[in-house]
Design a protein around this ligand. Structure first.
Ligand SMILES: Nc1ncnc2c1ncn2[C@@H]1O[C@H](COP(=O)(O)OS(=O)(=O)O)[C@@H](OP(=O)(O)O)[C@H]1O
Length: 360
């Protein structure tokens, strides 16, 4: 799928400071990757969907030195496609090849400082087969890639999904609680009919990953372990970074500092200091912060104050417990040993309890 490149990715030395808890920054930080005359995306913020990826993308392109977003494409929704290219997950775009993909990014400039284009398409994590496609497409340039994953309490993710994707695809007349109830019931039935249990990681790549409309993939998007494992099958752990939503909200400046180091850069000079973000609605932000948050939330249709009925939340939490345990177990396996994580390191502080109660 990859056409001939105009330049090879040159490997230099890291310029960013090493993040405190991560001893394993990728060896050799790539300069800009120039393909077909354009700066090719080397930072893939692959999801998960509804886990704060728009906010994190906005912070990366405004705060981290050298980062670039895509150019608006005429005829396509500008606020959406500058963030998400949907190249690897949409066959009709993928078939057009790498020259088409990179044409959405600025042209390369001889002698310019290193620039890192970002594609923040959350479906890259969710769809099976994406990591393999990226691996094949970046042949000869794989070491230039940095893959970032942000995860969130999966129960809160379902609420967010219902308010955005569910509303968009039409969740019929099902209330939030009915929607969860029916999704759990259908998922259980589907798992049983395929010889699986609802605790199994295999659910994600099974036919049960998508239930019939209007349920779709609301629940299985939160099975993070198999999704991350798929990327770890194709890329060295040192090229993957894991961010926790709760940690990002509470320790935004620290997370951006760490990710800048992961990318091999520092914070943009002159970028305003970013302090911890309050959870939406928990504080009264000033006008400037409101403007920043509005931009950062552009791609989210937050349900604001909506809450689950207590029993429904408990049922979802029960469903997700083994899956969060599975994520923590994966992060402790040798294959993930050199994975970059911020602001919590799996070996020390990241716990299933913290992810479930949203403090991480
Ligand atoms: N700073 C801050 N504080 C609190 N909440 C935040 C913040 N940044 C993003 N978010 C929440 O993240 C949810 C949107 O996630 P995504 O941007 O990944 O959505 S999307 O997949 O790109 O559509 C969406 O969650 P819900 O409000 O629960 O729907 C956003 O509100």
């Amino acid at each position: 799928q990859t056409g001939p490149s105009n330049a090879q990715a040159a490997l230099g030395t890291p310029t960013g400071s090493a993040a405190s808890r991560n001893r394993h920054l990728p060896m050799g930080v790539p300069a800009s990757l120039c393909l077909h005359g354009h700066v090719a995306p080397t930072i893939l913020l692959v999801g998960a969907q509804k886990c704060g990826s728009s906010s994190l993308w906005f912070d990366l392109v405004t705060q981290v030195e050298g980062t670039l977003k895509a150019r608006p494409t005429p005829g396509l929704e500008p606020g959406y496609f500058v963030k998400e290219q949907h190249f690897f997950d949409q066959d009709e775009r993928f078939r057009q090849g790498m020259a088409f993909y990179v044409s959405h990014y600025p042209t390369c400039t001889r002698g310019a400082r290193a620039r890192y284009a970002i594609d923040a398409t959350p479906e890259y994590l969710y769809f099976p087969g994406m990591a393999a496609r990226v691996h094949a497409a970046y042949i000869g340039h794989r070491r230039a890639l940095r893959v970032i994953v942000i995860v969130r309490n999966p129960t809160d993710r379902v609420l967010s999904w219902y308010g955005h994707i569910g509303a968009w695809r039409g969740h019929g007349n099902l209330s939030l609680d009915e929607f969860v109830h029916v999704s759990l019931r259908e998922l259980r039935a589907c798992a049983a009919s395929h010889g699986l249990t609802t605790e199994s990681d295999e659910l994600w790549a099974s036919p049960c990953r998508r239930l019939h409309p209007p349920l779709y993939d609301a629940l299985t998007g939160g099975l993070y372990a198999p999704q991350i494992a798929e990327w770890l099958r194709w890329f060295p752990a040192s090229q993957l970074a894991l961010v926790t939503f709760g940690g990002y909200i509470k320790r935004t400046g620290e997370v951006l500092h760490d990710l800048a180091a992961f990318i091999g850069q520092g914070r943009r000079s002159g970028a305003p200091a970013v302090h911890a973000r309050a959870q939406a609605g928990a504080s009264k932000p000033g006008a400037r912060q409101r403007q920043r948050l509005a931009a950062a939330h552009k791609n989210s249709w937050s349900m604001g104050q909506a809450v689950f009925n207590v029993t429904v939340r408990a049922a979802l939490t029960k469903f997700y417990w083994p899956h969060v345990d599975s994520l923590i177990a994966l992060l402790h396996r040798p294959v993930a040993e050199h994975m970059f994580s911020t602001p919590f390191s799996p070996a020390s502080a990241l716990t299933a309890r913290g992810l479930i109660d949203g403090t991480m």
